[in-house]
Design a protein around this ligand. Sequence first.
Ligand code: CO
Length: 432
Amino acid sequence: MTNMNKQSFVDGLLSFIDASPTPFHAVANMSSILSDAGFTELDERDLWDINAGRYFVCRNGSSIVAFIVGKQPITETGVRMVGAHTDSPCLRLKPNPDLTTAGYLHLSVEVYGGVLLNPWFDRDLSLAGRVTIKTTEGIVNELIDFKSPIATIPSLAIHLNRGVNDGQKINPQTDIPPILMRAKKGITFDDLLTAELNKGRRRKISLLGHELSFYDTHAPALTGIEDEFIASARLDNLLSCYTGLVSLLDAGDQFTSVLVCNDHEEVGSASAEGAEGPFLGSVLSRILPDPESYYRTIANSFMISTDNAHGIHPNYAAKHDRNHGPLINDGPVIKINANQRYATNSETAGYFRELCRRAKVGCQAFTVRSDMACGSTIGPITAKEIGVRTIDVGVPTFAMHSIRELAGRDDAHALYKALLQFYKDKGTPGAL
Ligand code: CO
C-alpha cells in the first residue's frame, strides 16, 4: 500500500490550506493536483463517455467531485465515497461595501456561517475570492488573491471599554468592518479592485461582480513544544478535503472511488453545489445510467463524511460529556447523534473501527452533552439525498470556526491512513 509519510503529508496539508483562502481557490488547487495525477476534467455540459479511469468535475468553481472508475464490477463492489466541505466561516465583502467614517474607508461585510468573531480583531487581513469581469473575450470568472495584508479590524482599547474582559458583545454590522485606508476623495473600493485586476493587462477589464472574503495572512504552522499541533485557519474543513484528496490519489484502480467536496456546508448545504443539491447524485447517475444498476450499486456503497470534531478542551472540560471527550492525536473520531445530526449508526461505526484497526490508527467517539445542541455535517444530508450508508468522522480540534483553529499533526495523518484503507478495502465496503 502506498503510504505517504507523516512529514510530507503534513507539509502538503499546510501548503494546501495556505494556498486556499476561499472555496474557489481550494477547488482550483484540488483540480490542478488531480490533473497532475492524470485525472481528466469533465464538463457537466458535455456528453460523458465514462470508462475505467480517473476523472473530476467542478460545479460553480467551489464544489468538486473526483472519481476513479475501477476495474472491479461496480454493482458488486459498490462505490467508496469520502465527503468533505470546501467552505469555512468568514467575513464576506458586501456588493457595495464602502463606508467612510471619521476620515477612514472601511468595508461592510456579511458574516458567512457561524464565525467566532472575537479572534478576527487585530489580524493582518487579506482579501480573496472570485470576480466576474468583462474582458475582450466576453464575461468570465477569475480568481483573485491580494495575498498581502490590506486591512485590519482593530480592537477598541481597553481604556475605552473597561468591561471587555467580562464578555464582549459584537455587532457584526457596526463593529467589524475592516479598515482599508484613510479615505481619499473619489477613491472607492471598486476602483482599487479594478486597478488590481488590470495589473499586467493590455486591455482593461470592467468589473461586474465579486464574491470576496477576508482571511488571515498568518501562515499555518506547527505548534506545541513538540510540534504536535497544527494551527491554521480553515482546518474545518480543508484538512478533510486535502486528506480525502491524497487518499484518492493513492487509492489505486481496482474499486470505484469518489471524493466529493461541497461548498455551502457552513450555511446549511441548500444550493446547487451544496450537499443538499443534486451535484453528487447527478455524477453518480452519469457513471451508472441504468437505474437497476444504480440502485444495486448504491445499496453496496459506503460514504465516509469527514469533518472536524470537538476535542475536549482542558480549560473547559465540563463542556464535554465525560465519556466522550476526544483527545488530540489519539486518532479520528466517530461522531454519533441519536437525533441524526450525524449519520453514524452501529453498523457504519463498526466498519470504520475495523478500518482503523487494520490501518493501525486509534479511533475515538464523540457525542455532545445531552443538555447542549449538536452540530451537523454533510453526512446526514448526503445520506438522505443518495440513500447511501454513511458515517460521520473527523479529527478532534480546538477553536472550531475561529480564524485560527488547532488540530493534531498525528490525527490528520491517521485519518489519511484510515481513508486509504477504506479506498483499498476488498469486496463490498462494510458488507455484513
Ligand atoms: Co465543518
